[in-house]
Design a binder for this molecule. Structure first.
Ligand code: HEM
Length: 465
């Protein structure tokens, strides 16, 4: 940076809170990081310097700034951040946390598993799991609310298990998923939110031994699965994937085995996909159900589409394209409640972000939660309005103002999986049911953990309509 900063607390030449404000705000930052972020931007503007010892930190809340970091000058930004460092204790060098040539090679290898044939398989697994979810609501009895948070979480774990591993691995998939869950819980106990790394104080550390044990279990389960699958006789390959001796099924694991990755690399990608693939979609679904329960008019419009397209049938893969409004409901829900609510990067070299000079080493924070609530791109931003995504102009002009799946080369690899899953679960649940809150239910508080979750769960009723 070749000019002196006017901010006495940061090398970055923009306004921001004083160190004392940070200390005073720690409780809010940890308990309710979304309100904390909103307040910081309200007080200091869309480009904010956060005063931390050692590292310049820039909060970027403009589409142009986000585009600069995630797309235009992406090679200058790595994932060497507190957020991804914590995650990599569990995932190792998987797609979500790695950088550079290693990341590029893995992305090329994993990508084919996310193409068309993979999507159909996912759709099938999703509809089956969604039917199970309906049955759970039915089993609770008429007029009884079910915790939609726990229920969607379990449903999406089931989908991940079924779609990553072939059916014959159902039992193993449960073991992997349970081990991942345990390891992630331990890491989270240390850093409750991705912003916790900003807190220069004694964040309670969990027993490293328990984490090591959980990770060792995870390693062992993955190693067994890979060993067993490598020893299996060949099975028919997916129609549009070239077969190799080890690529015998059409699940993601088969694609990984046929890819030339070694066992450690396969383990890291499996764990990454379990982590990235279930809580995010569950979070999207639980907030979508909440929004529809709150806005009966929007739910009526959705029902009209489901009646027309499905005519009482269970939905399937071939319906997804026609469920235009259902998809718009999901897109709008992802705007208001983006499960991945903060994205972090580290600048390798100096750069300029939306007019602000940043030195090498700067930690950059981009919050889809904040970006998606800017009135400039989203008039009446707090209003739930799926129609925003039904007009032909939707998307244009807000390219980097809508980032539920990130942007640029690190765009979510599971985006189409996620959108297909969420669309089908919603359609399967609501084709002949209506969702509502229990009478006098309070507005749910948003708990910003790895993803956005309703604090203390979200009881919802699913009535026949
Ligand atoms: C609604 C659901 C989902 C949301 C909101 C979401 C969000 C995101 C975001 C924002 C990123 C980029 C992070 C960054 O740039 O720092 C990302 C990356 C990623 N996501 Fe998702 N995701 C979802 C579902 C899924 C699913 C279903 C899978 C896999 C089965 C998945 C796998 C991944 C992977 C592997 C990456 C890293 C990609 C790379 O860097 O090459 N995600 N996701």
């Amino acid at each position: 940076v070749d000019h002196a900063s006017s901010n006495p607390y940061s090398p970055l030449d923009v306004a921001g809170p004083r160190p004392l404000d940070m200390v005073r705000g720690i409780r809010t930052m940890l308990r309710d990081p979304l309100s904390w972020l909103e307040q910081v931007v309200a007080d200091h503007g869309d480009l904010v310097a956060l005063p931390l010892p050692r590292t310049p930190v820039l909060l970027v809340n403009t589409p142009a700034g986000a585009g600069r970091v995630l797309r235009e000058n992406h090679p200058n930004y790595t994932k060497q951040t507190v957020q991804y460092g914590a995650l990599s204790l569990v995932t190792g060098a998987g797609l979500l946390t790695s950088d550079g040539p290693g990341w590029r090679r893995h992305r090329r290898v994993v990508q084919p598993a996310f193409h068309h044939a993979g999507l159909e398989r996912v759709a099938e697994a999703t509809v089956e799991a969604a039917q199970g979810l309906r049955r759970r609501w039915d089993a609770a009895g008429p007029g009884t609310a079910l915790d939609a948070d726990a229920a969607t979480m379990e449903t999406m774990l089931e989908v991940v298990g079924r779609s990553l591993f072939a059916d014959d691995l159902a039992a193993d998939s449960q073991r992997v998923v349970a081990a991942v869950d345990e390891a992630l819980r331990l890491v989270l106990a240390r850093a409750r939110s991705p912003l916790a790394g900003l807190v220069p104080s004694r964040v309670p550390t969990p027993s490293r031994r328990r984490l090591r044990r959980a990770v060792a279990t995870l390693d062992e389960v993955c190693a067994q699965i890979v060993r067993r699958r490598r020893e299996e006789p060949a099975r028919p390959a997916a129609p549009d994937c070239p077969a190799s001796p080890e690529q015998t099924g059409n699940d993601v694991l088969s694609a990984l085995l046929g890819s030339g990755l070694d066992d450690r690399e396969i383990r890291d990608e499996l764990v990454t996909l379990v982590i990235a693939g279930h809580e995010t979609v569950a979070s999207c679904l639980v907030w979508t159900l909440h929004l529809l329960a709150t806005d009966q008019q929007a739910q009526k419009h959705l029902h009209a589409e489901l009646d027309e397209v499905l005519a009482g049938r269970t939905p399937g893969w071939s319906d997804v394209r026609a469920l235009v409004r259902t998809r718009a409901v999901i897109d709008e829900s992802l705007r208001l409640y983006p499960p991945a609510w903060v994205i972090s990067r580290r600048a390798v070299g100096a750069d300029e972000i939306d007019g602000v000079a940043v030195p090498a080493g700067t930690l950059v924070l981009i919050s889809p939660w904040l970006l998606h609530r800017r009135a400039q791109e989203w008039p009446d931003p707090r209003h739930f309005d799926p129609d925003r995504f039904l007009t032909p102009s939707a998307g244009s002009g807000r390219r980097d103002g809508y980032l539920p799946f990130g942007a640029g080369p690190r765009l979510c690899i599971g985006r189409e999986f996620a959108r297909t899953e969420a669309t089908l679960v919603l359609a399967a649940l609501l084709r002949d049911r209506a969702v509502r809150h229990p009478v006098d239910a309070p507005e749910p508080e948003v708990d910003a953990l790895v993803t956005l979750r309703p604090r203390g769960g979200l009881p919802l009723l699913l009535d026949p309509r």
